[in-house]
Design a protein around this ligand. Structure first.
Ligand code: ADP
Length: 485
């Protein structure tokens, strides 16, 4: 696959600074692996602070011209970038499967989803309206202008190698900002391919830069620079907190999409088929490695046994294997450490009284595979309910009343996505309003779309991505007072 992709003309294995493909200044490299096989896919430069500072410098220079283009001109470039991503959908999908592991069909789905942010924000670029405020004084006129914040540091994780980048870079470029991207070192090739396509689309050199290598050194350089006016990050809560604290030194704006602990509440009055399908989708997408994956399946006592058995049956039918395999629904986890974490949570739950209905151990396919697992009799105090499991494990908790379900659901510091399954419309409103979560799916397990705001309450983050609200994150408001007229 790597060889075939190599001839596609968009595979890049160097950093991108000021429109040039660059090695690490000290020549250091690191390797990218296929998580399904452990094979080395590519060598990439291991960069640090010096390269990052140069990338910031070129983004700063490019900002002068990019931000001065008309919205229509920026929009055209973005639209072209979208078209190029779509015309490389298959190859980009293959690249995602190769370095991230998700099944090819899901990977191609990510390309469409990721590209949709570029298309959407290409359109939004033309709708950055200001305001005219009625003046309290007769000889004045008051205006509000919206202007790009400046250079943006973009730090992304490995679970959506393309979409996590486009949902940040799309609105940033649309607003007139320029970016320094630091993709995850586990999945940099998709980011580099997307950056190459941005150049082919006519987005000027320096507007999009990509550095990778020593994450904390690159992060520190981004945080220290007064030229970087904003950090946008998706990843772990621990790193997000570090970045937020680090941004204080230069008072940068920050947007954070951090960990979730999504409850998926199944009421007795749920449509069983809808609940099964929705829970399966939200739990097992990307082998459970998304921040909106159901982390706790909270089931009412009247439907508990029936749901548990039917769900376990459905999970049993998920084919596990290399993401390139025919009919595979569950690929590998990102690395051995991820499997180790998942297994330690499962073993902890079992030792505290949870029962294994299905799976519950490493998969015979290899060190990065885990058996799709269903646990029953899980309690909210167990580690598996407190932390994000980020793997193919569905812990089933039990509740009696609506109040109890809401209490269990909200009893966490996270607040990203929540799901409820009920056919009672009053209940669906009551519970949606009572959940301390930024996103609520009612009778639906797949809720992400470029047209709706995505983001969390509490320690799940700050700011929103996607939708018209996603633009605000990259804009400053400027109040202009025109006096003595
Ligand atoms: P995950 O568990 O999803 O890998 P991380 O928060 O560890 O979450 O990683 C998300 C992104 O943050 C990755 O690109 C990673 O390299 C980067 N990262 C990790 N540590 C730091 C840091 N100290 N400064 C800046 N970026 C970091």
């Amino acid at each position: 696959v790597a060889a075939r992709l190599n001839s596609s003309g968009f595979l890049r294995t160097l950093g991108l600074i000021g429109g040039k493909w660059i090695e690490a200044y000290d020549g250091k490299t690191m390797t990218v692996h296929n998580p399904a096989t452990g094979d080395v896919v590519a060598n990439i430069p291991c960069m640090g602070g010096r390269e990052t500072n140069d990338a910031i410098g070129s983004a700063y220079n490019a900002f002068r011209t990019w931000s001065k283009l008309t919205a229509a001109e920026r929009s055209k470039c973005l639209r072209k970038w979208y078209d190029l991503i779509i015309s490389h959908k298959e190859e980009l999908g293959q690249l995602i499967t190769l370095e991230q592991g998700k099944p090819l069909k899901e990977a191609i789905g990510e390309v469409s989803y990721g590209a949709s942010f570029i298309e959407f924000f290409a359109e939004e670029a033309k709708r950055i309206y200001g305001d005219i405020i009625p003046s309290p004084l007769a000889d004045r006129r008051l205006f509000v202008l919206k202007q790009p914040v400046g250079v943006v540091g973009v730090i992304t994780p490995w679970n959506f190698p393309l979409a996590m980048i486009t949902r940040k870079v799309g609105p940033a470029l649309a607003c007139g900002c320029t970016v320094v991207i630091k993709p995850s070192e586990l999945t940099p090739l998709t980011a580099l391919a997307a950056a190459e396509l941005s150049i082919q689309a006519g987005i000027p050199p320096g507007a999009v830069n990509v550095v990778m290598g020593n994450a904390s050194e690159i992060g520190d350089a981004l945080l220290a620079s007064p030229q970087v006016r904003k950090i946008t990050f998706t990843g772990s809560t621990a790193v997000g907190k570090k970045l937020m604290a680090g941004a204080a030194g230069t008072v940068k704006k920050v947007s954070l999409e951090l960990g979730g602990n999504a409850p998926c509440i199944i009421f007795d009055d749920a449509d069983l088929e809808v609940a099964l399908k929705g829970t399966l989708a939200t739990k097992f997408r990307n082998s459970g490695q998304t921040c909106v994956c159901a982390n706790r399946v909270i089931v009412q006592e009247g439907i508990y046994e029936k749901f548990a058995n039917a769900f376990s049956h459905a999970v049993q039918n998920l084919k596990v294997g290399d993401g390139f395999g025919e009919g595979v629904a569950q690929g590998p986890l990102i690395n051995d450490a991820a499997v180790h974490k998942v297994d330690s949570f499962v073993q902890d739950a079992i030792s505290k009284g949870a029962k294994v209905l299905l799976g519950g151990k490493r998969h015979s396919l290899g060190t990065t595979f885990y058996e799709p697992t269903v646990l029953t009799d899980v309690k909210n105090e167990m580690l598996i309910s407190r932390e994000e499991v980020f793997g193919p494990v569905a812990p089933l908790l039990r509740f009696k009343t609506e109040e109890e379900a809401i209490h269990i659901a909200n009893d966490t510091n996270a607040g990203l996505a929540a799901y409820i399954f009920t056919t009672n419309v009053q209940r669906s409103w009551r519970v949606s309003e009572a959940l301390d979560y930024g996103i609520v799916g009612v009778n639906e397990g797949l809720i992400s779309t470029e047209v709706a705001p995505f983001g969390g309450f509490k320690q799940s983050g700050l700011g929103r991505e996607g939708s018209k609200y996603g633009m605000d994150e990259y804009l400053e408001l400027k109040y202009v007072c025109l006096g003595n007229i």
